[in-house]
Design a protein around this ligand. Sequence first.
Ligand SMILES: *[C@@H]1O[C@H](CO)[C@@H](O)[C@H](O)[C@H]1NC(C)=O
Ligand SMILES: *[C@@H]1O[C@H](CO)[C@@H](O)[C@H](O)[C@H]1NC(C)=O
Ligand SMILES: *[C@@H]1O[C@H](CO)[C@@H](O)[C@H](O)[C@H]1NC(C)=O
Ligand SMILES: *[C@@H]1O[C@H](CO)[C@@H](O)[C@H](O)[C@H]1NC(C)=O
Length: 679
Amino acid sequence: MRSTVLLYALLPILCLAIGPPITVTGTSQPDAIYKSPYIDVDEQRTKPHVHRYIHGGFNGTEHRFSFYFPPASIYENRFFQGLPAVPGNENAMLEPTRLGGVIDDIMPFAFESGGYVVESNQGSKTMLGMGNPAKANAAAAILSREVARQVYGKEGRVYGYVFGGSGGGYKTISAVEITDAFDGAVPFIIGSPASIPNVFSVQGHAMRLLDGKFDEIVDAIEPGGSGDMYAGLNQEQKDALLEVTRMGFPPHAWFRQKKIATGYTGVFASLLDIVRMVDPTYFTDYWTKPGYLGYEMPESLRKARFNATTRIKKVIMTKEAMDRGLPVSLSGARGSGKEESPAAFGATLKFLSGSGKDGEVYISGLVEKDIVTFGFGVLGEGKIRSVKEGDSIQLDNSVYLAALTYHRHQDPGPLYTVWNQFKNEDGSYKYPQRKVEMSKLPLSGSGSVQSGKFNAKMIVIEAGYDEAAYPWQADWYRTAVLMNQGEKADEHFRLWVVDKAMHTSPDQPKKNDPKPAENTRIVSYTPVIQQALRDLVLWVEKGVTPPPNSNYTVNDGQVLLPATAAERLSVQPVVNLKVNGKDRADVAVGQPVEFIGTVEVPPPTGTITTTKFDFEGDGTFPVTVAFEKTGYYTAQVKTTYKFAKAGTYFPALMGIAQRNTTSQFGKVANLGRVRIVVK
Ligand SMILES: *[C@@H]1O[C@H](CO)[C@@H](O)[C@H](O)[C@H]1NC(C)=O
Ligand SMILES: *[C@@H]1O[C@H](CO)[C@@H](O)[C@H](O)[C@H]1NC(C)=O
Ligand SMILES: *[C@@H]1O[C@H](CO)[C@@H](O)[C@H](O)[C@H]1NC(C)=O
Ligand SMILES: *[C@@H]1O[C@H](CO)[C@@H](O)[C@H](O)[C@H]1NC(C)=O
């Protein structure tokens, strides 16, 4: 491996060479439909790094791929293939994750790691396309080996590493469970076969009932808070918060409640149609049969239900919506392919007139006084493009409300312990159970239901504060692996839980953001994925055993990590911050406050490289403080700060550790925080 500095230095020379034309045969493809590959682009590119770009597809299918080959001087016979959450785009690598990218910096990471990059549209041109992404991804991987041998003029084994998060996590697991195309896999922020629609329904239910209470809930569990997030709630609200917590929602994620509300109602929207197709009678049973909340009709639900007709004033297309900064849902952005499609206008929204007549989409957010964003699934897809100004529409939230307690009526079985809360002591169910077994259906769109059986090596990365892929689901998968592989599991599988990480990375702070900024509360798990991919390479190619599983417990739906890095294991540092030995101090304006922090790395997984403070919560971490080593894997930092204005502050200390300190990747962070009340 060489550094990227060298890569840049090579740039002017390497631009010139492209090499002999490539021929592809498809004879090595196990699937008949992928036996006619072709290449339609083969060119040298320089951005963002020098590489040979090859694009093509498989005749008679919608499957398209892109390969990115680095200069031969840094190639070490391997490739990295990132799987986006949804199919439909073989050029997603450079996109932000919100629009379908996998992680940032894939190309420089892969190149620094001696590999080329593979991506594909996973077998279909649109996000809602049908097909088998696992087999499509395998076909692209297999073809890339054929091409790589010609590009580099080298025979021999080409190792393949696949990775992807969320929807891409399902696809990554399927890719190694039902094909042999990959040697190693890093599925991250993974769900289980019982995620859909349950993780979205239960949090929607909580958000409906806890509206207006989230500031108090968040404050209670901040450092120096009361610790009781249920204080100040009425019984119905307490029950909803308890239900969602026992289902696995990590309470520390509620600070992002507004983004969760707009973000995941959009995702929920594209999944709800699946529930409506496989279990259509639920949506009438909910309102008409005993045991369902809609029949019981508590006062809060009566008030929440609405049904009205109105007209569309204006249809806002994807590009304009994005330019205006509206929180466009994934289906709004990608659902109908690459061309523009409507993304916003002002529940279920049913078109009563015009050429979209009888189409139904779901409102995913009220973003301005008279603008709503929406998402849609397979039922709404065909109609959405024909709606226009002046069409009359019906707004009705009865499908949405019913969906919010669907999880109560769908116990996926004994391995899913979070459903125990819906049983009585004698084992009988508190609520009527549906006949359809959703968790047995291949709803994740990956090509198969997770089994725990695979031959490759795998490191799963789960985010400890994940608001969408509740962390216990990675433990569920680990159990499936143990049941299938027994003693051998340790030779194939690791699970690392990343503390203080959510489903998506913290947004970079902007000037007028509320304080404390997100990045003083949560860290990105991306550096852990980079480290995992590098550990996987060593494990697969050299037999080097990677760091152990995270040491955690699952308690009533919540995944809990021990206090110290030495007990937590895996690869992330643990950061503790104290003020006068406590997690809260009440001080006067201008009074010096002394902070003492400790950073600890799980031995022997890295070196502490950086310790920096953000006192005012604006997210810039402006003060880097030198740390004093107190042991080989531990360090201490001390500093004082004076607050110039009265207010409540949540100062944060970020500690960063790295295995290979000459690399620009794998900088794994964690945070310690305290509360300072300045009067
Ligand atoms: C793929 O289809 C194109 C035309 O659509 C044809 O020219 C080409 O020969 C086909 N290639 C293979 C390998 O079938
Ligand atoms: C909503 O109102 C329309 C008429 O305005 C009616 O046809 C429809 O059945 C109502 N929906 C519900 C769920 O009550
Ligand atoms: C795992 O953590 C527990 C504390 O939660 C601790 O007692 C135990 O020793 C740890 N295991 C390892 C292998 O460090
Ligand atoms: C550390 O990273 C640098 C830069 O990518 C690389 O050249 C070096 O080989 C790496 N060292 C190890 C031990 O992996």
